[in-house]
Design a binder for this molecule. Sequence first.
Ligand code: SF4
Length: 302
Amino acid sequence: MELAAAMDSGGSLGGPSCLTPDREDRPVPAVTEPDRIPVPAWHLLDSRLYDQVAPVMSARGCPRRCYFCAVGGRRAKVRERPLADLASEINCLKALFHADLVEFLDDTLLSFPRRVDGLADLAAGRGLPWSGQGTVGDVLRLAPRLSVLVEKGLHGVFLGVESGSDAVLRHLGKNVRREDVRRAVDLLFSAGVKDVVLSFILGHPWETERSLDETVELVLEMAAQGARIQVSHLIPYPGTRVGDHPESLGVRLLEAGWEMYDGTQPLVVVPGVSADRVHERYLELLDRLTAGLMPGKVERHD
Ligand code: SF4
């Protein structure tokens, strides 16, 4: 708040601090109310080592309950931080990191149109483009307003697509089909969104050779359209349904140390296709993506 006040008054920043409310080296008590979530102590980072991006979490939690996701697995309601706190944090990051993009890291920001409007105004009011995350269904619902959001600085969208198979998508309960993925990506690029990132998982409990084929095909198609791709094995994180109750999904977890939990190795045995075969398809997909695309288009972790 000190920094925002200094900036608003046109005064000297004089070494911005962006301190958390507790300035002592004491554990900060658990936060139960969103307006008590402190601004991270960004001033402790060496800004020269980081991109000029302002990573801001405007809300915590997600209303959905995806079986692989620790955020949904907590079953906590969505807690939104006050816009005034966010304005202060963005001012801080702009000053410290010379940020030229606000990256809203909320798990499903695009599911909340009112919130999207408020944050777009916040970023646009500071002359900064912004990016946010959501689902394919969110993009379809926002379709009539995408151009306006682009005018208000919408630069990038991250979508958890998860699969290119209608059969698997049905189990995921996101209420979209592979055709909707194509439509959403087309809508985003047509509206002028510059950076579209799609995330996929291989090795869902309902995976088969056919569903893997369909996912590989859709991934390559979307990459050719200009989307950036993230692809990972299914990771059975603690706190998720697949991590805590794999039997309820008809799968078995492989013994593995935490160092294996990075998405590059098979960790789950599913009924319809062997773990080795899922891994073959994963490596094949990475090879095809990196062979066919410009460097930097694919986030490869192997
Ligand atoms: S994967 Fe995304 S939509 Fe699903 S519970 Fe997690 S944050 Fe929510």
